[in-house]
Design a protein around this ligand. Structure first.
Ligand SMILES: [Ca+2]
Ligand SMILES: [Ca+2]
Length: 508
């Protein structure tokens, strides 16, 4: 009876609303810009094996991530990049044996679907590594191709005098992208995961896909074809390509095909200018040159800035950062990355200041020979319940505060990351658009840039200044609101203010 009554009331109210629709002033809803710009996110890069263990076998897994989506929200990231999750004989997963299943250490396809769905409920997007330059030599395609020259998979690979070509060592056999059947296989793989609900892909080793005399253009066009296919399934999806080159000019043409590129040039400028203090006055002008180059090919490029990833030493262990003022310099590098155009990527554990370097084939008792493993060490939860233990400690993180310590400590690196991510998401000039102009009074101590954004009624101009020197630096500036810092910018500090958008010309 009560239910019936409430239905009647509902219908009555509905009729009333329709009847007086003309009389009600329209309520202006704030625009959800994340829907207008679905490719702009703050990414958190996860090496699944090292993140969170849900079943006490010491190995990180997909359920461990699902159980820690609270943590992703606490940090503030809006999207995840999962390093390879397919079955693989290698610990890192970059040699796939089955593109349609999940590495058994990590869980099952059902676990992955569960993670995608749980993340989606929180508005967290997931992209995954698309490792297509090569397969494992244990992939059924390769086993068949190697067994007979008449195998239907023979032309999936590139043969020289009976040997399959490898652009990387370790049993990874390059796929032959001049074979349309291989391109069709990749589209099937993309479709499989898009149907599950992933937001897109990170194309691994993009510059190695085709190694022709005209490789850049050939790869850009191949990625264009894959991207077009992806957009026919989900127009809002996101494709970021790994073109590992510190010279941005050698990467720009990839914007013909890809939505985004990891900005290795920006990373190396941050390492050099913030870490070593070399030619500090060139930081912003170098960044701007790269953006202007990208803009020329794709005006709506989505840059992917980062300060390190699984393929380089952790920033806290890098020369220039590992000597003095380490935490201050890391925090400054993070603030730069988190105030640049695009979708910044945070490598898991960087928010704690975790360390880690490459070893050149060193034998670790109880594990074996290691190379990049210690760049990908277990995340420091400070809670044994989720801690991964697959890799013995080399002691490098013994002095680094765990998450459980940092989340309650004021001004910890973790809390500085949280604050800066929140600031980015709250200020559309930081989060959206590609406007980037150098601050008029840049010096070798102070490097600043103006970010501006306008969409319908939303308009904002933000000035970001970084002090790259060891001494405080006092600036005299008019501002509309102070978002971060003080006018007397401390050593390795930053000042972020909003300014009157009509007065931008005075600042650039
Ligand atoms: Ca596990
Ligand atoms: Ca290749």
């Amino acid at each position: 009876m009560r239910k019936l009554l409430s239905i009647f009331i509902f219908i009555f109210l509905l009729t009333g609303l329709v009847a007086c629709d003309q009389d009600i002033d329209p309520i202006i809803e704030p625009i959800d810009l994340s829907l207008v710009y679905p490719q702009n996110d703050v990414y958190y890069e996860i090496f699944v094996r090292s993140f969170a263990d849900s079943d006490a076998d010491g190995i990180g897994d997909l359920n461990g991530i699902t159980e820690h989506l609270d943590y992703i929200e606490e940090l503030g990231a809006t999207a995840l990049w999962l390093m390879p999750i397919n079955p693989s004989p290698s610990y890192h997963g970059y040699s796939v044996t089955d593109y349609y299943d999940i590495e058994s250490d990590y869980g099952t396809l059902a676990d992955f679907q569960n993670l995608i769905d749980a993340a989606s409920l929180r508005g967290i997007d997931i992209i995954i590594d698309l490792v297509i330059n090569h397969t494992s030599d244990q992939h059924p395609w390769y086993i068949s191709a190697a067994s007979s020259t008449s195998s239907e998979y023979r032309d999936y690979y590139i043969w020289n005098n009976g040997t399959a070509y490898e652009s990387f060592v370790g049993g990874m056999k390059d796929l032959n992208f001049e074979n349309p059947a291989v391109v069709a296989e990749v589209k099937n793989i993309m479709n499989f995961y898009l149907e599950m609900g992933v937001h897109g892909f990170r194309i691994d080793a993009a510059k190695h896909l085709i190694e022709s005399n005209n490789a850049t253009l050939d790869n850009a066009l191949l990625i264009f074809e894959l991207n077009q296919y992806m957009k026919s399934i989900d127009p809002n999806s996101f494709l970021v390509s790994e073109v590992f080159d510190y010279n941005y000019q050698l990467t720009t043409d990839y914007y013909i095909g890809t939505d985004s590129l990891f900005n290795f040039s920006a990373a190396s400028n941050i390492w050099d200018k913030v870490g070593y203090g070399n030619n500090r006055f060139l930081l912003v002008s170098n960044l701007k040159k790269a953006y202007d180059d990208f803009r020329f090919i794709r005006p709506d490029f989505v840059d992917s800035p980062f300060i390190d990833n699984h393929d380089v030493d952790r920033i806290a262990s890098m020369g220039g950062f590992n000597t003095y003022n380490t935490l201050e310099k890391i925090a400054l590098a993070a603030r730069i990355s988190l105030t640049l155009p695009g979708s910044p990527f945070i490598y898991y554990g960087d928010e704690l200041g975790m360390k880690g370097v490459r070893y050149e084939g060193v034998n670790i008792p109880g594990y074996g020979t290691v190379y990049d493993e210690y760049r990908r060490q277990p995340f420091l939860w400070g809670d044994a319940a989720y801690q991964t233990t697959w890799l013995p400690s080399d002691g490098s993180n013994d002095a680094v505060d765990t998450l459980s310590v940092q989340r309650t400590a004021k001004n910890s690196l973790f809390s500085q990351y949280q604050q800066m991510i929140e600031l980015r998401k709250d200020n559309p000039a930081l989060m959206y658009g590609n406007y980037f102009e150098a601050y008029v009074n840049n010096t070798s101590n102070i490097q600043g840039y103006l970010r501006y954004f306008q969409y319908e009624d939303v308009e904002q101009a933000v000035l970001v200044l970084h002090n790259l020197s060891q001494d405080p630096y006092l600036v005299d500036l008019e501002y509309v609101s102070l978002l971060y810092g003080t006018l007397n910018i401390p050593a390795y500090g930053s000042l972020i203010i909003t300014i009157d958008p009509n007065r931008i010309e005075e600042y650039i």
